[in-house]
Write a protein that binds this ligand. Structure first.
Ligand code: SF4
Length: 375
């Protein structure tokens, strides 16, 4: 099954840790971008291969940036261009920032079948929100959730974060309590990563802040998992937890190496054994520059393993064989990973052992580079 991703690279302010493709833009820049984006979607819809491919669209994901930083008119034009896919897909998601959500936006989401909302929250603590330069308050999150529910949208994901500068386990405990109180069916809990060329990286270099050490972050992660599992959330991917039936169809598509198309500056696509990357620069995007990179059989196998093992259920050996006509053990040297107790095989699946999920990077390293194991 196929997915469609649309990137809106605009935000009203910049968070300290963020390295996503985004910018603060004037209204005029947004207008030009939306024209080009809609043109890209329209031209794609006219292509014969895409007409067939898109019949299998199971999810549409509008991400950013901050999609709800667009005007109502801009949002509606985008939704109209995507309407055939929005009507047919099983899951349509839009990312929003709570402080910008209005009743008119929610009406528009409903009108165009967008009934899954992914809300950037990260933390409820006022001092930590200030630290990472987020603009909302706890009250704004509560009001956004209640507005969505009032309008009949209850499929809500909350993006949360641990490892924030100066955050303690006590802060994480308070956040978990608050997020549970909101009873949303899906929670993503990410570990903050210091990426190059971010405000955070600069602040760290200047010794202006300190971030929790690795052991504290593991404690936070383990606490989050324990609490959410106790409240009947299934931990189904390293950073994702959901109530039964609310797993993200779109993201599962990525982890299962299914095909997707990306529209917009900075968006990526994967189809026909190739990776398509749109440039981050608007100028280059408007000039229709796209990087196209063929994916070798070896790379496909590596991605299948690395993305698939992010899921707690692991990879299905049968699916691997169905796709490649070989078995994982033929293609990769997994002996030491099994011997060291990092991987296990159960009911036809290879997966990272539950208590070793925090050591995922050690497992993924085994699939980077190298040649195929000779038979
Ligand atoms: S709102 Fe999201 S995309 Fe925008 S700067 Fe913050 S983290 Fe980045």
């Amino acid at each position: 099954m196929n997915g469609i991703y649309v990137h809106i690279p605009f935000c009203n302010s910049i968070c300290s840790y963020c390295d996503f493709p985004k910018q603060i833009a004037k209204e005029e820049t947004k207008e030009i971008y939306m024209d080009k984006l809609i043109q890209e979607i329209t031209e794609m819809k006219e292509q014969d291969w895409f007409k067939d491919w898109s019949k299998k669209t199971q999810s549409v994901y509008i991400g950013g940036g901050t999609p709800n930083a667009l005007s109502l008119l801009q949002l509606e034009r985008l939704f109209q261009a995507l309407e055939p896919f929005l009507k047919q897909a099983k899951e349509n998601t839009i990312e929003i920032n709570p402080e910008l959500l209005t009743a008119s936006q929610v009406h528009l989401f409903k009108k165009y079948h967008i009934e899954r909302i992914s809300m950037g929250v990260q933390t409820f603590q006022a001092s930590l929100l200030k630290e990472i330069r987020r603009k909302h308050t706890e009250q704004m999150v509560i009001e956004a959730v209640s507005l969505l529910r009032k309008e009949g949208i209850s499929n809500i994901n909350m993006d949360m974060m641990y490892g924030i500068p100066h955050q303690t386990l006590k802060d994480v405990k308070a956040d978990v309590k608050k997020v549970l109180k909101l009873r949303v069916p899906h929670i993503s809990y990410y570990s903050l990563i210091v990426e190059e060329n971010t405000i955070l990286a600069y602040q760290l270099k200047q010794n202006q802040i300190h971030i929790p050490d690795d052991d504290s972050v593991v404690d936070m992660a383990q606490y989050v998992t324990k609490r959410l599992k106790k409240k009947k959330y299934t931990h189904y991917e390293i950073s994702n937890y959901s109530k039964a039936g609310f797993e993200s169809i779109h993201n599962l598509g990525y982890w299962n190496c299914e095909e997707y198309i990306g529209f917009g500056a900075g968006a990526c696509g994967y189809h026909h054994q190739k990776r398509f990357t749109h440039p981050l620069s608007l100028k280059k995007y408007y000039a229709k520059e796209v990087e196209i990179e063929p994916i070798s059989l070896r790379e496909s196998k590596q991605e299948f393993m690395m993305l698939g093992l992010r899921k707690l259920s692991g990879i299905s050996i049968k699916s691997y064989y169905h796709r490649f006509q070989t078995y994982p053990k033929d293609d990769f040297d997994l002996v030491s990973l099994f011997k060291n107790g990092l991987l296990e095989e159960k009911n036809g699946f290879i997966r990272i052992k539950r208590d070793k999920i925090w050591l995922g990077n050690l497992v993924f390293e085994a699939f980077v580079g190298g040649d195929e194991v000779e038979g």
